[in-house]
Unconditional design. Structure first.
Length: 131
């Protein structure tokens, strides 16, 4: 039946994403920056939150700030309620030398998210540092 075959295809896709994500995580844990960035770029069309939650912070930690910011942006669309992604994106943008875009992200953070006092203070400090 079509329903069971689409369900099987979905399971295969989920297993494939899990495998890709796990391999990316292992490359990061091995501190294999070349392997990580090569594997990421090879599978960059993978627009899945499980993959991106490994890819974005990994790219960021390894100093690929532009690519990290783009991956965070994709995560923001997939997980709009998670405040960590735009916060991290603003840092990656600033580190990439894009302080204008970083300031924009920081400006809309308090409008879109119910920030706690520590997060509000963090946003204010980051915005002030970009002046």
């Amino acid at each position: 039946s079509t329903l069971s075959s689409s369900s099987a295809a979905s399971d295969v896709y989920k297993r494939q994403i899990s495998y890709l994500s796990l391999k990316l995580r292992l490359l990061l844990e091995q501190k294999n920056a070349d392997g990580f960035i090569q594997y990421y770029r090879q599978h960059n069309g993978t627009d899945n939150s499980e993959w991106l939650t490994v890819a974005a912070p990994g790219l960021h930690m390894l100093g690929f700030y532009q690519e990290a910011a783009a991956a965070y942006e994709r995560l923001i669309h997939q997980q709009p309620s998670v405040v960590n992604w735009p916060m991290a994106m603003s840092v990656a943008l600033a580190e990439a030398g894009e302080s204008g875009r970083a300031k924009q992200v920081l400006a809309w953070l308090p409008e879109r998210y119910p920030l706690n006092p520590a997060q509000r203070q963090w946003v204010a400090q980051k915005a002030e540092a970009l002046q």
